[in-house]
Design a protein around this ligand. Structure first.
Ligand code: 8QM
Length: 404
């Protein structure tokens, strides 16, 4: 009896480096090659199996029983390597330990809990847009809008004090690099790990937080016994790690999309209620979080390829979000499509718990812009910033035409 040929041959092998600067800055060519090579590709450089097609990425995301998060969702396997910080109780945990923190945070960030933020954030967004337009019609969309708005709205909503907020983006950049290999991007920030971690950890204490924010709500969940007092500060830390850079680069993706697609901006201006769909379509199209790993809990087959127990699987969310077998004309930013089902927020039990917060931020900023801006265009090539996980930007040089 001979083995089935595909089994004997094993999966296609690639020596590509998904974390090389060139690939991080322009990932689509690699994504296309990996999707084309097969449902599973072995990446020899990192000794991991990779998934780039929607079907397999989706299947791995929803199967937490075979693909665990507790061994870390980066390249490092926490069963063999010491993590750079205490593991997250949400992202880097599996049921049953994952469930109480998840339930507590889900309630705190659910749409009903966000209702009182809506008016505040629409006002903040209008102030920021007015202020930017008062300064002229040419500006950098990253600093003036994509960073400025969430950096004002979100830390206030968490209840952070006024000092040290400039540490949030560098901390996030470091944390998202840490999911990748220990390459030059990780080395560059190595001298700031202790300082930035100390600042973030200090902000998670009850005394550091206002009485009425998400942070206080997390501590109140501990008072009710929904969380332990040991868990509360780590759940606050999740907000500070996951809640800033992701939104900044999601909003930057929106600005980039609309600057490149003036017809879609016209459509949004006619129907501002499309703002949330526009944000999800931008998240699909750009995938601010590009990749995450899982670890096989047992020997498990994916599309006929054996993934050995305790080895890492790399999921290309960005590639799945542009898989032509799932999406019509996937490279097109298109407000008439239904982007739901994209895996830019993940899928399954770990799917982004802050997605309603992110959508509310996007809705506030995009509707404020839609009211004041008739057209936006790029005046120079936008610049991306390489990060091992995030598709991030340093500048989007924009020129806008204000409404009459
Ligand atoms: C990524 O610390 C955390 O809990 C955490 C960090 C990063 C993320 C999620 C959670 C997905 C945005």
């Amino acid at each position: 009896m001979t083995e089935a040929p595909e089994r004997a041959a094993g999966p296609p092998v690639s020596d590509a480096d998904p974390f090389a600067h060139g690939v991080l800055l322009d990932p689509e060519p690699l994504h296309q090659a990996l999707r084309g090579a097969g449902p599973v590709v072995y990446l020899s450089r990192y000794d991991v199996h990779a998934l780039a097609r929607y079907e397999q990425v989706h299947a791995a995301l929803v199967d937490w029983q075979h693909f665990e998060s507790g061994a870390g969702v980066g390249l490092a396997n926490f069963r063999h390597e010491k993590p750079w910080r205490l593991p997250s109780l949400l992202l880097e945990a599996d049921p049953p330990r994952h469930d109480a923190p998840r339930r507590a945070l889900r309630e705190i960030l659910a749409p009903p809990a966000l209702r009182r933020l809506r008016t505040t954030w629409h006002t903040v967004a209008e102030e920021i847009v007015d202020q930017v337009l008062a300064g002229g019609t040419e500006f950098d969309g990253v600093t003036a809008l994509a960073e400025a708005f969430p950096l004002r709205a979100f830390p206030d909503a968490v209840g952070l004090g006024p000092d040290g907020r400039e540490n949030l983006l560098p901390y996030g950049n470091m944390a998202f690099n840490a999911f990748g290999p220990r390459n030059d991007l990780v080395q560059t920030d190595a001298h700031r790990v202790a300082e930035l971690s100390a600042w973030v950890n200090a902000q998670c204490a009850r005394e550091a937080l206002s009485k009425d924010g998400f942070g206080a709500a997390i501590w109140a969940a501990a008072d009710r016994g929904d969380l332990t007092y040991e868990q509360a500060p780590l759940v606050v830390r999740s907000l500070l790690t996951a809640g800033v850079d992701t939104t900044v680069h999601g909003l930057a993706a929106c600005l980039y999309a609309f600057a490149r697609h003036p017809d879609e901006w016209r459509r949004l201006r006619q129907r501002p209620e499309l703002a949330r769909t526009a944000f999800d379509e931008a998240v699909r199209w750009q995938s601010p979080v590009q990749t995450f790993f899982r670890t096989a809990t047992t020997d498990v087959a994916i599309a006929g390829t054996l993934i050995p127990k305790d080895t890492k699987i790399l999921m290309f969310l960005g590639a799945a979000n542009r898989d032509p077998d799932r999406w019509h004309d996937p490279d097109r930013f298109d407000l008439t499509r239904d982007p739901s089902g994209h895996v830019g927020f993940g899928m399954g039990i770990h799917q982004c718990v802050g997605q309603h917060v992110a959508r509310l931020e996007a809705e506030a900023l995009l509707t404020a812009l839609a009211r004041r801006v008739e057209r936006m265009e790029l005046t120079a090539t936008p610049r991306r910033h390489p990060n091992n996980t995030l598709r991030s930007w340093t500048s989007l040089p924009l020129r806008i035409r204000p409404t009459a």
